[in-house]
Design a protein around this ligand. Structure first.
Ligand SMILES: Cc1cc2nc3c(=O)[nH]c(=O)nc-3n(C[C@H](O)[C@H](O)[C@H](O)COP(=O)(O)OP(=O)(O)OC[C@H]3O[C@@H](n4cnc5c(N)ncnc54)[C@H](O)[C@@H]3O)c2cc1C
Length: 495
């Protein structure tokens, strides 16, 4: 079988490697870090364990299907716990608990927002139809404009809510500002503003309410670790601490990789899982590129970034597994992050207190706390070396003043801070835009880099930078599209 080289052992690279090793290909994954997972890796600090990035895992059936396609049962590899309540939302004047169970959700709404129950049920019913119409678009390849005049696509087009933002769409269901935010803050999963994010993404909050939110024991990183196990069981190779310095090309044909230590690896096909824009900017001979050469990449739209705090705390923290603490003026905060590119003095924060569900993450009586504040990406002028400590203290103040959680300095046994600068330098994320190329419709589907890369031959893309986009369920779909397409192309050649 042919040799496939994959740049990056993020969830996208690993999922495509798992599917291809199961089909018998000779797969080699090259990863610059010493652990698998990329943004979905495990982070160990002393006796504490954290997820580097993803903490919300929804639609586990997609991962189950991927494991089945690779001849494995997901549940032999991980223990998944459903979280219901899913999360708490903390506003200036009110705290709301969000449930997957429709009865508990309805009861919460009737107590806190009397009269809003009808809007919630209408939202669920109508978004179910939207999801059913859009799912085939998310699961299929988009490489020809002609496909957009096919009946299936034409039927789905009204569900794209063209011309409407996510906020506009949710305003059709709820009057209360806090409820609109409760069903639109998920735009942050794409690093976007609800006022700009396409209305079609109302499927994000729907997905949580319909399919639930899950926690794999050991952390969401277990998804990447489980896929790495399957790859190795099939005899695939994951080469850790082996960064790639360039894509070897002969004209438009990719012939292999050069590693940072100078070694050249020949391959029949190359799959790029490394952050798309960073890879095009840094690893590819610019004369081979057109639309995605460096000068054009700079003009594209990108997601926001995140300021991360991973804290090993001596003591228990009285917060649920997931909480979101909203800025008093959320719209202003979102505009600071996505438009004016300023560092907010009243940030919204997300707090992940997973050790409350999962005792494997911290010693008894202690807490592994992950705090994330969305911030501008590195198109801003923010000097993170200068701002890091002040912003850290501000985040701890928000936690104290709005979340009611006081953490004293001597309780902090372990601490790591990751800024947008760190995302760019340590994780090779273009301009620190942690959720990749933006998800404006002008950069989605046909207009996003194609899974079979259209600027180079024998080159494929997987992960958040290609279709269907960022977020674990979509990244897993990208792997399914890319791996199946690659295998199909080989079968056609052999026939
Ligand atoms: C803070 C944060 C929170 C998130 N939360 C969620 C969430 O709750 N739920 C959700 O569904 N999604 C979430 N996401 C989005 C998304 O699911 C993750 O970012 C996901 O890990 C992206 O996967 P990927 O395969 O596209 O890329 P990555 O995980 O970035 O993997 C790319 C890999 O390529 C490697 N690499 C890069 N350059 C090279 C090179 N030159 N040579 C060799 N290797 C290289 C990197 O080290 C990395 O391992 C979150 C993302 C972030 C950053």
């Amino acid at each position: 079988m042919k040799k496939i080289a994959i740049i990056g052992a993020g969830p996208g690279g690993l999922a495509s490697a798992m599917l291809l090793t199961a089909k018998g290909y000779d797969v080699h994954v090259y990863e610059k870090h010493s652990v698998v997972g990329g943004r979905n890796a495990k982070l160990k600090l002393g006796d504490y364990q954290f997820d580097v990035g993803p903490t919300f895992f929804s639609m586990p059936h997609i991962l189950e299907e991927l494991f089945q396609a690779a001849g494995r049962n997901l549940h032999d590899y991980m223990d998944l716990v459903e979280l219901d309540p899913m999360y708490d939302l903390i506003f200036e004047d009110q705290q709301v608990t969000m449930y997957r169970d429709p009865e508990r959700m309805t009861s919460e709404l009737s107590q806190q927002f009397p009269g809003s129950e009808e809007g919630y049920h209408r939202f669920m019913n109508e978004t179910r139809k939207r999801m059913n119409a859009l799912m085939p678009m998310l699961q299929n390849r988009h490489h020809r404009l002609i496909d957009y005049v096919r009946p299936r696509t034409l039927k789905a087009l009204p569900h794209l809510a063209l011309g409407k933002s996510l906020y506009d769409v949710l305003s059709q269901y709820f009057d209360d500002e806090r409820l609109k935010l409760a069903f639109t803050f998920q735009a942050k999963y794409l690093g976007m503003s609800p006022w700009e994010c396409p209305g079609a993404f109302s499927i994000l909050s729907y997905m949580e309410h319909e399919y639930g939110v899950f926690h794999p024991i050991g952390g969401v990183n277990q998804i990447s670790e489980a896929m790495a196990k399957v790859i190795e069981e099939y005899g695939g190779h994951i080469h850790l601490d082996r960064g790639v310095s360039r894509l070897m090309t002969n004209g438009k044909n990719v012939t292999g990789l050069q590693l940072e230590d100078g070694e050249v690896v020949e391959a029949d096909e190359v799959i790029v899982n490394a952050d798309f824009a960073q890879a095009m900017d840094q690893l590819v001979d610019q004369t081979a590129l057109k639309k995605y050469k460096s000068e054009n990449l700079e003009k594209k739209k990108y997601s926001c970034s995140t300021f991360m705090m991973y804290l090993g705390i001596d003591g228990e923290i009285n917060l649920p597994h997931h909480s979101i603490i909203f800025s008093d003026d959320y719209k202003k905060n979102v505009e600071e992050i996505t438009k004016s590119l300023d560092l907010s003095d009243d940030p919204s924060i997300y707090v992940h207190n997973a050790s409350i569900t999962d005792p494997t993450l911290a010693p008894k009586g202690k807490t592994a706390l992950y705090v994330l504040a969305p911030v501008p990406n590195n198109f801003s002028e923010i000097d993170w070396d200068e701002e890091k400590e002040t912003f850290r203290d501000l985040v701890l103040d928000v936690l104290k003043d709005k979340g009611g959680i006081t953490i004293t300095e001597d309780q902090i046994e372990e601490e790591k801070i990751l800024t947008p600068k760190g995302w760019e330098q340590d994780y090779n994320v273009y301009r620190g835009a942690t959720f990749n190329l933006g998800h404006q419709l002008s950069q989605m589907m046909y207009f996003r880099p194609h899974n079979r890369f259209n600027e180079l031959n024998h080159c494929w893309i997987v992960g958040g930078g290609t279709h269907p986009g960022s977020g674990l369920p979509t990244i897993l779909e990208s792997a399914r599209i890319t791996a199946n397409w690659l295998a199909e192309t080989e079968e056609v050649k052999q026939a």
